[in-house]
Design a protein around this ligand. Structure first.
Ligand SMILES: Cc1cc2nc3c(=O)[nH]c(=O)nc-3n(C[C@H](O)[C@H](O)[C@H](O)COP(=O)(O)O)c2cc1C
Length: 276
């Protein structure tokens, strides 16, 4: 490949991948059918029992016991405790809202720079999560509902400056309510206590950031990275005595509009509710 090619300006996501991304979007007209399907699975003892106990059938093979009952070093103990406590928490205390400090600590522990750029050694900045090629295609957005020190609005979390950048301010609570209903189907779904969640996190991917190097395969790495951040958010929330839950059912187009994505290569991969 010629060295002079400017990879940054070449289209790198195939039409087929865009078709897939389009097909996997959820629109408001599908929301009812989608949640009926989910409820059908979740209300069935048979499905729930079998799904949660599944494993790959290998037939006969040799087996070796793992040795896990040995004492753990202190950091490992802390991680083990966090792992035991991690769970999806769907209800939030209406009398115990998050403060800006709570949110700041949560964001810092979930996703932050752990090593700054060293121009002498040309070491790029490092974050608390691994990233295919160190390209970090995920952006974290915050929708504030109940945090009093912040306006009601949508923010980009800038982890370089540790600032929240206001993208959209809601005129009033009513506009926020309509936005949550349109984007997260807050009034149509009763799985999560949307109205008492202090804030919502939105994980948006800029796929080009990963695909310019890895082509369509970069889409996989972006999805994996969103998973890493979700897990990190769950553990951060557990360590700070907060409650969080992933939200997979959202209106892709409405969220894209609310966040003002600028390119079709920007997509939302997941949202989360956060409270106490
Ligand atoms: C990608 C993804 C999407 C999810 N979407 C939802 C959702 O829309 N609503 C919900 O109540 N829980 C959602 N969850 C939470 C799962 O239901 C939960 O993780 C699972 O039941 C296991 O329970 P646990 O997290 O408490 O261990 C989602 C989790 C993931 C990872």
């Amino acid at each position: 490949m010629a060295k002079t090619r400017n990879l940054l300006f070449e289209p790198c996501i195939s039409d087929i991948s865009y078709d897939f991304l389009e097909h996997s979007k959820l629109y408001s007209y599908q929301a009812k059918e989608y949640s009926e399907r989910l409820n059908a699975v979740m209300s069935s003892d048979y499905f729930m029992r079998n799904i949660s106990h599944h494993s790959i059938e290998l037939g006969f093979c040799e087996e070796y016991d793992l040795v896990i009952n040995t004492p753990l070093p202190p950091l490992a103990k802390a991680l083990n405790q966090l792992n035991q406590e991690r769970s999806s928490q769907r209800n939030y205390d209406p009398d115990n809202k998050l403060s800006l400090q709570d949110l700041s600590q949560f964001l810092y522990l979930s996703y932050s720079i752990t090593q700054r750029f060293d121009p002498l050694l040309l070491i790029p900045p490092r974050r608390n999560i691994p990233s295919g090629g160190g390209l970090y295609p995920i952006d974290v957005y915050v929708i504030n509902q109940l945090i009093e020190e912040l306006p009601l609005g949508v923010f980009l979390y800038d982890l370089f400056s540790s600032k929240l950048k206001l993208i959209h301010a809601f005129k009033d609570r009513e506009e926020l309510k309509v936005a949550l209903n349109t984007t997260l189907f807050a009034e149509q779904k009763n799985d999560i206590d949307y109205s008492n969640s202090s804030a919502f996190m939105v994980l948006g991917a800029e796929l080009e950031r990963s695909c310019f190097k890895y082509l369509d395969r970069g889409i996989r790495w972006a999805m994996i990275e969103a998973g890493e951040i979700v897990q990190s958010m769950y553990l951060a929330s557990g360590s700070l005595a907060m409650r969080t839950c992933a939200i997979g059912g959202f209106n892709d187009e409405a969220l894209a509009q609310l966040i003002s994505y600028q390119n079709p290569s920007q997509i939302t991969l997941l949202a989360l509710s956060l409270g106490k």
